[in-house]
Design a protein around this ligand. Structure first.
Ligand code: HEM
Length: 413
């Protein structure tokens, strides 16, 4: 392999409000710089980033050259950072998204079995009931004040209710989760991170207690199924169970809530397409696919680490170096998507990578799509005159790195 000097790291604005409002020019600039570029990222420092549809897909499917586990790849910086996590948060280090084969295969097949016992289609009627219940509470709030935050009073409680019910967690515990989970969105400053960690810690303690309770008295959801799988000899340790339940809870609602809130905003920004959709809900599936591509809430994946020195898309990557897949840049690559900056709810084909690719592709993709479609249909059917309660220029995104998340979405109807 030819030894090439490492290119200087580019500084990009990936946090500002103007970037979050319209990230497309930044993705275009990144693709112009090359399929794999060296970037100075917030929090992580210097890292490689795959920017084109082709490079992103190649990276996410190349499990031989790139791995998830920083310790095994010899990344000392990440190793040290993870070691600093408080003791009761240590199981978080071992969740499935941070594991490689064969461990990942074992964990994924256990959760796949448990998850797929009930098809998402069979869940649809129950999801509609949960969406309507959340909308009842949104309406109550709206009766009290002229503008109501759709994110806090609908987009969050609905997917949280879904994942709690799937896991078999008691409904009366949901308000606790809401308050712990709401801290994640504020984790953009040192104080915010400490606040988030204390919420995380409470969540982990709760999960441990609930696992112990359910191993004696199963409540009949996914959590009980995962414990059973352990009893069937497939050895999910208590820490692995904790990590799995944590991942499902957080990945299962924090993402979907922002997809729902972001979709409502995007449709309000595009009234013609909203009118087409509300006139024919058979368009819901293609509209949701396009909203996933267009918003690309998870802008960037978790880091991968080079297992050995290697050459990738013309760059020489050294063992243990970090490389990210920029899903949002791939989803706006004009060589695959015509007029990528335009929302087109009829777009077909639409092979976006909003859910990632390869063995770590999102486990809840189907559920998230159905949840988003139900949320939009129930919301706009019940409140056909829904509109923003503040000027569009005052709608803010969080400064969190790697995701496109709204702070709040005040609406009136
Ligand atoms: C719109 C909503 C969602 C989006 C945009 C999303 C996005 C993603 C992405 C991009 C990944 C791969 C990350 C990487 O490779 O670094 C992922 C993985 C994952 N997602 Fe989702 N997700 C969503 C909803 C959900 C839901 C509803 C659940 C659970 C019920 C879920 C559970 C998971 C799990 C368990 C993984 C890890 C899979 C593995 O490592 O094998 N996600 N998601």
């Amino acid at each position: 392999m030819k030894s090439a000097a490492e290119p200087p790291a580019v500084r990009l604005d990936l946090l500002s409000q103007s970037f979050k409002q319209n990230p497309f020019p930044t993705w275009a600039r990144m693709r112009d710089l090359g399929p794999v570029i060296r970037v100075r990222l917030p929090i992580f420092g210097k890292a490689w980033v795959a920017t084109t549809y082709e490079a992103v897909n190649e990276l996410l499917r190349d499990h031989d050259r790139f791995m998830q586990n920083p310790t095994l790849a010899g990344n000392r910086w990440m190793q040290t950072l993870l070691r600093w996590l408080p003791r009761n948060l240590q199981p978080v280090r071992t969740h499935m998204l941070l594991r490689d084969p064969p461990d990942h295969r074992r964990l994924r097949s256990l959760v796949d079995q448990a998850f797929q016992r009930q098809s998402v289609e069979a869940l649809r009627p129950r999801l509609e009931v949960l969406a309507d219940q959340a909308l009842d509470r949104l309406a109550e709030q709206a009766d009290r004040a002229p503008g109501v935050d759709l994110l806090a009073h609908f987009a969050r409680p609905f997917p949280l209710a879904v994942i709690c019910e799937l896991l078999g967690l008691p409904p009366e515990d949901r308000p606790k989760f809401t308050s712990w989970a709401a801290r994640f969105s504020g984790s953009t400053s040192v104080l915010g991170i400490l606040w988030m960690l204390s919420g995380l810690s409470k969540m982990m303690t709760y999960i441990r207690e609930e696992l112990r309770w359910q191993s004696r008295k199963p409540r009949g959801g996914l959590m009980a199924a995962l414990i059973e799988a352990e009893e069937a000899g497939q050895r999910l340790s208590e820490d692995e169970l904790m990590a799995m339940v944590f991942l499902l809870l957080v990945a299962g609602h924090e993402t979907t809530l922002h997809q729902i809130a972001g979709s409502v905003l995007t449709l309000l920004d595009n009234p013609q397409q909203l009118a087409e959709l509300t006139a024919d809900w058979k368009l819901a599936d293609s509209a949701v696919q396009e909203l996933l591509r267009y918003i690309s809430f998870a802008q960037i994946t978790k880091p991968r680490y080079a297992r050995e020195d290697c050459e990738f898309c013309g760059q020489r990557i050294r063992r243990s170096q970090m490389i990210f897949a920029c899903l949002a840049a791939a989803n706006s690559d004009p060589s695959v998507f015509q007029n990528p900056e335009r929302l087109d709810i009829h777009r077909l084909p639409n092979r976006h990578v909003a859910f990632g690719a390869g063995i770590h592709v999102c486990l809840g993709a189907k559920l998230a799509r159905v949840e988003t479609a139900i949320a939009l249909e129930r919301l706009f059917t019940r409140f056909p005159n829904l509109q923003l309660a503040i000027p569009r220029s005052q709608v803010r995104f969080t400064a969190r790195f790697g995701s496109r998340a709204l702070v709040a979405l005040p609406v009136k109807y």
